[in-house]
Design a protein around this ligand. Structure first.
Ligand code: NAP
Length: 328
């Protein structure tokens, strides 16, 4: 039986991580391509998923049996604060079009991507799969958060009304090759890499926005890719699944900045701008459910420093084609 996997958002950070694993792991190995599988990685140039007609045409073209739905308007804290309506509307339209067509085309399975930053602002930690809807999200990203939370509601409604096998994955902060390094919209880790790179190049101070104190869990895109591939093949439950390193692996923004300084060999002045927002202080997520499910797969997380080093190397080698915006 042929399996045709459509990866929306396939040109982005997470999508390219999955493509890398599918292209490089041995065929028929646990995370490699299986006989009879075809994978299609599509970006917005193939179809604007906010548009119903273009989304339908995309499904007509690829006839997917399975969908990993990553396509989304994505960005860091500062762009989320600025464009709440865009983050709400674009993501609602994208998700509705993808899920509606997956249903119409009778896809056997869809995994959509949520994020730990859609959880309630005030909630008991650690986050787990049962707490997504237990309170309002943080003010800084309520547009993105509400749109993403609705995916879980839609999945349950599709299952309830039609028995569709739609589910979701909840990664923590992702980083890796093909990240978005545009300082206007980047997440914290690629923004730090780019800022430090420019500080080194221009011989200026490396300024980290915020106090450096907030704690985050970071997952390497190529590790996340393996977990998505495992989930696609093995997990048939509407309940979301947190895809994350353990709670004991939280790192502070200062620790990330220190690792970036080391990876780039930056020797200049390095300071924190505490007039800039910090966002949520911490939001540890539990990966207990995941670890219980994958215990026999041989999966191992890449150590943070190694993953950061590989990501920085990719950034340096691909600076011209990477998403960097307009560096000064
Ligand atoms: N990065 C993180 O830290 C993080 C953390 C948790 C969850 N996530 C989730 O992971 C998923 C992938 O994120 P990412 O970090 O890989 O983001 P990314 O690198 O910015 O990639 C976003 C992808 O979505 C596509 N896209 C955006 N708008 C679209 C539209 N209107 N129509 C069709 N495609 C569109 C982009 O296509 P083009 O580039 O071709 O325009 C790109 O392939 C998202 O659902 C995000 O919410 C990310």
């Amino acid at each position: 039986m042929s399996v045709r996997v459509l990866v929306t958002g396939g040109t982005g950070l997470v999508g390219q991580g999955i493509k890398y694993v599918i292209d490089t792991e041995p065929a028929n190995s646990p995370f490699g391509k299986q006989d009879g599988e075809e994978w299609f990685f599509v970006g917005s140039s193939e179809a604007d998923l906010r548009n119903a007609e273009q989304t339908k045409k995309l499904f007509e073209k690829y006839k997917p049996t399975h969908v990993i739905h990553l396509g989304a308007l994505v960005g860091g804290l500062f762009i989320n604060m600025k464009r709440k309506l865009d983050f709400l509307r674009d993501n609602m339209l994208i998700n509705d079009n993808v899920l509606h067509n997956a249903h119409e085309f009778k896809c056997k399975k869809v995994i959509s991507c949520l994020s730990t930053c859609v959880y309630p602002d005030k909630v008991e930690y650690p986050l787990d799969e049962t707490k997504i809807h237990l309170g309002l999200p943080h003010e800084s990203n309520f547009g993105y958060a509400h749109a993403k939370r609705l995916v879980d509601i839609q999945n349950r409604a599709y299952k309830d009304q039609y028995g569709d096998n739609f589910t979701s994955a909840i990664p923590t902060n992702v980083f890796g090759p093909h990240d978005n390094y545009d300082l206007e919209s980047a997440h914290v880790l690629p923004a730090l890499v780019h800022r430090c790179y420019l500080a080194k190049k221009n011989n200026t101070p490396f300024v980290v926005w915020g106090s450096g104190k907030p704690l985050r869990q970071f997952i390497y895109s190529r590790d996340l890719a393996k977990l998505f591939i495992w989930q696609l093949r093995n997990y048939d439950d509407v309940e979301p699944l947190i895809l994350s390193v353990g709670e004991d692996e939280e790192v502070s923004i200062k620790e990330v900045a220190d690792a970036v300084v080391k990876a780039l060999g930056f020797k200049g002045e390095y300071k924190f701008d505490t007039s800039k927002a910090d966002g949520q202080f911490r939001k540890p997520a539990s990966n207990k459910k995941l670890l219980g499910l994958i215990k026999d797969t041989g999966f191992k997380f890449t150590p943070f420093d190694q993953a950061l080093q590989e990501s920085v190397e990719w950034f340096l080698q691909n600076y011209e084609k990477a998403r960097t915006g307009k560096p000064q």
